[in-house]
Structure formats: C-alpha cells, structure tokens
Design a protein around this ligand. Structure first.
Ligand code: UT7
Length: 338
C-alpha cells in the first residue's frame, strides 16, 4: 500500500459581468475578428465595475463548491495552497485571506506565485506534502482578478483582450491504496531569464522609493502587464512537447495512454499547435478559452471542473494530463489517474 493524492471535489467561480470582444472594441482599438483569429477568445468574465472583489473572494466561492462535492467542512482542511498572480493586496497572501473567509483560524496557508503554471506547481506541491505526511487534506485554489489591473486603452490592447477573471478549486486527499491512481508524475520548470517577456513591474521593491514614482503619460504603462507575445508564444510551443515527453517517461506511459489533456488556456492557437505537433486527436484536448479568456492560475482547475461536470472524465482509470507554460518563464505538467 502506498499513499496516493486523489481529487475529492472541484468547484469554479466566474464573476457576473460578461465582457464580449465587441465590448472591448468600445474601449480600445480592437475588433472581435482580430481577437478571435489570434486567440480564439470570444468573451470573458470580469468582476462588476466598481465592485471591491479580490482573488480570495472568487476563490472562496469556488472553494465552497469544491468542499461540498468533497463532503468536507472547512475544519477538515489540513493545508491551503493558493495560486495567483493577482493577490487581493500586496501582502499578506490571498491564502491567508481565504483561510479567514472560510472561518478558520490556524490552518496553514501558502501562496504560489507561478502565474499560468500556478495550479501545476500547487498540485505537485500538494502531492509532495501528502506523500511526505505533512498534510493529508489539501485545498488548492487558483484564482485571479485581472480586470482591475489591465490597461484598457489601445496602448494595452495586446494584453488586455486576453485576460479574464475567475477561480477554480480542488480538494485533494492522501489515500492508502495499491491501485495506480491519483497523481502519477509531475515535472516542473522555470527559466527566470524570460521574466521580462511577461511581467507587471510595479509596485517594485527593488526601487528606492517604490510608492513615490510620480509616473505620468507613457511611463504609467509600467503599472500594467506587458508581454512580448511572439517570444512567449514561440517558447510555449517549444517547451510544452518537451515537458510532455518528460512527464510521460517518468510515469512509464505514452501519449496514447492519456484520455484527456488539460492545457493552460493562454491562446487557442498554442493549444492547436501543441495538439498537431503531438498528433493528438482534437477531442482529447479540452479548451474553454473561448468562453473565459486566460484566467491564468484558475484556467486548469476551471477546465477540470467543467470536464467533470460534463462527464468527459472521472471514471475509474481515466488518465489526464495537466500542462502549461507562462510567465516566469515557468512550465510543467502533472499526470493524474481517476
Ligand atoms: O498566459 C500567459 C502566456 N501568454 C501567452 O501564451 C500568450 C502568447 N502570445 C500570444 O498569444 C500572441 O502573441 C498574441 C495573441 C498576444 C498576439 O498575437 P500575434 O499574432 O503574435 O500578434 P502581434 O503581437 O504580432 O501583433 C500583430 C498586429 C500588430 O500590428 P502591426 O504591428 O502588424 O501593425 C499589433 O499592434 O496586431 C496588433 N494588435 C492588435 N490589433 C487589434 C495587437 N493587439 C491587438 C488587438 N487588437 N487587441
């Protein structure tokens, strides 16, 4: 018998404000045609204008749904892992804020700042905590509120049209079993030399007086996410097949053993290029970027929750691959069997 990390419940939360590509075209020089052609995105959800809502608020809604499906009360959680690049406040982390909102007062909570691979890093971390005996029932949350930090003018259009708000939560538990189930293998990577290719600079502790910059005009772009889209795209398309090979080798499996791939939802064209390169049947790749845009740390857990709801996976023996590439650069993959 060995301990396996098993998914017990999932949940998702999307804010109520539906923002179409045409809505964006009213804010900046862009078009539905450009956005759909280049990214596949048709719409995304943003928190309602003027509302005070952070990543932990969306995370709470997703967590409550996941806890209910798992049959857990908040008190059952041994450990909280919160993945986000858009924390509610500069510090403390959103994991602590969520913990309090769940009515808890001593459960440990950490934040993972790994952007689009936040969920992959979180799941691999949860697996290590469970297998080492440090915790047994872990709540993983990926949540983002991007919309309050996007440059919604034509200057920021290459980034602003991509991102949506949302949260996904997954309850995982250590289970003693002889069956080859749960998290089978994981592979994580980072290359900090790519940090400048996708980042939000400010506020920045490295500056002598970070809050007294007095920025004006073009300089205010430094408050917003900036991306070298082509560089990110090309690196993603190169790294994703490599990490696929690595994680499959670790598990002694081939791509044919995978029933469904959950790629991060950054750009439909990245996922299509990956699918064609790997020669995977289109039906074996789950995409929902069309509806939600890029919700970063939330993309994969939202996708998993939807796929389970649609009964696409979840039967005993179904094997899935979670995979992603994003800011950092970071990339990785986790294999999981139900
Ligand atoms: O999740 C984190 C990881 N992120 C990613 O993986 C994103 C990776 N990159 C991408 O998905 C793509 O590079 C983008 C979707 C961001 C951009 O697509 P692209 O095909 O690389 O376009 P581009 O940046 O080369 O821009 C082409 C043209 C430019 O105009 P000119 O120079 O050809 O006149 C841009 O100014 O499109 C223009 N453009 C836009 N036009 C209308 C850029 N953004 C927009 C926009 N609407 N929103």
């Amino acid at each position: 018998m060995a301990k396996k990390t098993v998914i017990k419940g999932t949940g998702r939360a999307l804010p109520s404000r539906l923002v179409t590509n045409n809505d964006l075209a009213g804010m900046m020089d862009t078009s539905d045609e450009w956005i759909q052609q280049r990214t596949g995105i048709k719409q995304r959800y943003w928190i309602p204008e003027g509302q005070t809502m952070g990543a932990s608020d969306l995370g709470l809604e997703a967590s409550c749904k996941a806890l209910e499906k798992a049959g857990w009360k908040p008190e059952d959680i041994d450990f909280i892992i919160f993945a986000t690049l858009s924390p509610d406040i500069f510090f403390p982390g959103s994991g602590c804020l969520l913990q309090a909102k769940l009515g808890l007062d001593s459960t440990p909570a950490i934040d993972i700042r790994q952007q689009c691979t936040g969920f992959l890093y979180s799941l691999a971390t949860a697996d290590a905590y469970i297998k080492s005996g440090l915790a047994n029932k872990i709540l993983i949350v990926g949540a983002e509120v991007h919309s309050t930090g996007l440059d919604k003018t034509t200057r920021g259009r290459d980034v602003a049209v991509l991102f949506g708000d949302g949260a996904g939560a997954v309850c995982v538990e250590g289970v003693e079993t002889d069956e080859n189930i749960g998290v089978l293998a994981s592979a994580l990577h980072a290359d900090g030399k790519g940090a400048d290719a996708l980042m939000t600079e400010l506020p920045a502790s490295r500056l002598p007086d970070r809050m007294a910059l007095g920025l004006e005009g073009d300089e205010t772009a430094r408050y917003y996410p900036v991306m070298n889209g082509k560089s990110v795209f090309k690196t993603a398309v190169k790294k994703l097949p490599l990490v696929t090979k690595e994680v499959l080798e670790k598990a002694g499996m081939t791509i044919d053993d995978i029933d469904l791939v959950f790629p991060h939802q950054a750009n439909l064209r990245i996922n299509q290029a990956y699918q064609q390169f790997m020669k995977i049947d289109e039906a074996k790749i789950f995409n929902n970027i069309q509806k939600y845009g890029n919700t970063t740390a939330a993309s994969i857990p939202i996708a998993l929750d939807e796929a389970l709801e649609q009964n696409l996976v979840g039967k005993n023996g179904d094997t899935v691959m979670f995979i992603g590439f994003g800011a950092g650069f970071t990339w990785g993959s986790v294999l999981y069997r139900f």
